[in-house]
Design a protein around this ligand. Structure first.
Ligand code: LCS
Length: 405
């Protein structure tokens, strides 16, 4: 496997640098050519060799250095090193989208006859990929509510190679106990992968709790500005990293340098954005809970969330996703989504702008009626991805729309 050099060395960072410092500096140092403080965009598909011998040495993995952007690129490498530092992993692998991360993990680590256990409520397409696509390659999967560890234990088979956990789940905000799940996976000889998109490394670092691989849709909090799709995978060990890097290179879901640069730019303010949005969400969740038009609010920061204790044990905060059901069901939800003005009716999340959507007919529309019911995605459920606008404006927008129902 060809290697690449590390031109951006962040050795100037103290070992114990805080997460705000690492989000800004990890993997980056002033440009060695002109001293540019902002990371340069190495918008090139290929890299010149000084001699045929150098090309040969690089391909043979005997010399560090860049070869070709699908394999590795300096701008992308800065992003990979920065997120790997935030998650506490060996190294990062940036890919074209969050689904590119999910598929690269499966294609890189699974073979015909293998079995996967996945949290039943995940981002719809992550489940559908296993159910409808990887099943064609002889890979079997079970979908269970991993918030109860006994379900995970029971679902494991001798062929289970991988357990894929999403916590908090999209969109029902159910939590799985990461440390307990990791113990169960490892006893069974399975790898544990965690989709950490909803929490971000600011609020939850699964590798510290025993996960082997963590992944993100960087489209969400990591980039945070609603303007670029992307994904990243961080492995705990060099061995897993090499297997996943090979899958990225051969299946070809590499992130483009300009895309990497945009994500790197957004990443610098990740801790600030995550906390600002979370403060807004905490207040909005209470407001929703007190409103007569609302039947039920799901938010890990509310006393009514059944896993509030687990949330405070394994997360540094409840985040900024809220799910709620209106007393008037789907019809009332549709009216609400039409009447809000500041919150935008759109899928996605984790950006500075507040978005509202209907999971059963949008993000999770590919699931069958039975699957939706089993996973608690009722027709009445509305998902609110809280952004960083002024709290008073968000409160006014939501309460005006709710009062009109
Ligand atoms: N994992 C999670 C938890 C997600 O929420 C998403 C996208 C993905 C993976 C896939 O990432 P992508 O390929 O889109 O970058 N979630 C979306 C959502 O809830 N609304 O729109 C997209």
């Amino acid at each position: 496997m060809p290697h690449h050099a590390d031109p951006k060395d962040s050795a100037h960072l103290p070992e114990d640098a805080g997460i705000e410092t690492r989000a800004i500096h990890a993997g980056q140092a002033p440009d060695p050519v002109y001293g540019a403080v902002a990371p340069p965009i190495y918008q090139t598909s290929t890299f010149a060799f000084a001699s045929p011998e150098q090309g040969e040495r690089r391909f043979a993995g005997k010399e560090e250095g860049y070869i070709y952007t699908r394999l590795a690129n300096p701008t992308t490498r800065m992003l990979e090193d920065c997120v790997a530092s935030l998650e506490g992993g060996h190294a990062g692998i940036a890919v074209a989208s969050g689904m590119g991360a999910v598929s690269t993990i499966f294609l890189g680590l699974l073979s015909q006859g293998d079995h996967v256990v996945m949290t039943d409520t995940v981002y719809g397409p992550s489940r559908l990929l296993l159910e409808h696509d990887l099943s064609r390659f002889g890979i079997d999967a079970s979908f269970v509510d991993t918030s109860r560890t006994e379900n995970l234990q029971q679902a494991l088979r001798s062929e289970t190679r991988l357990v894929f956990i999403e916590t908090p789940t999209n969109p029902t905000l159910r939590l799985s106990d990461l440390a307990a799940c990791a113990r169960i996976c490892h006893q069974a000889g399975a790898l544990m992968v965690v989709d950490n998109t909803f929490a971000s490394p600011v609020l939850q670092r699964p590798l510290e709790r025993g996960a082997d691989i963590v992944m993100h849709s960087t489209t969400k909090y990591i980039n945070g500005h609603g303007d670029v799709v992307g994904g990243i995978i961080i492995a705990r060990t060099a061995e897993l990293h090499q297997r996943l890097l090979r899958a990225r290179i051969y299946f070809g879901a590499s992130m483009d340098p300009h895309q990497s640069w945009l994500v790197l730019r957004g990443l610098k303010t990740l801790p600030l954005r995550v906390r600002a949005a979370q403060d807004n969400a905490q207040s909005l969740a209470r407001m929703l809970e007190d409103h007569p038009a609302v039947r039920r609010v799901i938010y890990p920061g509310l006393a009514t969330h059944p896993q509030r204790v687990l949330a405070s044990r394994q997360m540094e905060g409840p985040g900024s996703m809220i799910a709620f059901e209106l007393a008037g069901g789907y019809e009332a939800g549709k009216a609400l989504m039409t009447r809000v003005r500041l919150a935008t009716l759109a899928v996605s999340l984790g950006g500075v702008e507040t978005l509202i959507e209907h999971p059963a007919s949008m993000t999770h529309a590919g699931l069958s009626a039975a699957e939706l019911e089993a996973t608690g995605i009722s027709p009445a459920l509305v998902r609110l991805a809280v952004g960083c606008e002024s709290l008073a404006d968000l409160e006014q927008d939501l309460s005006r729309a709710l009062d009109s129902l």
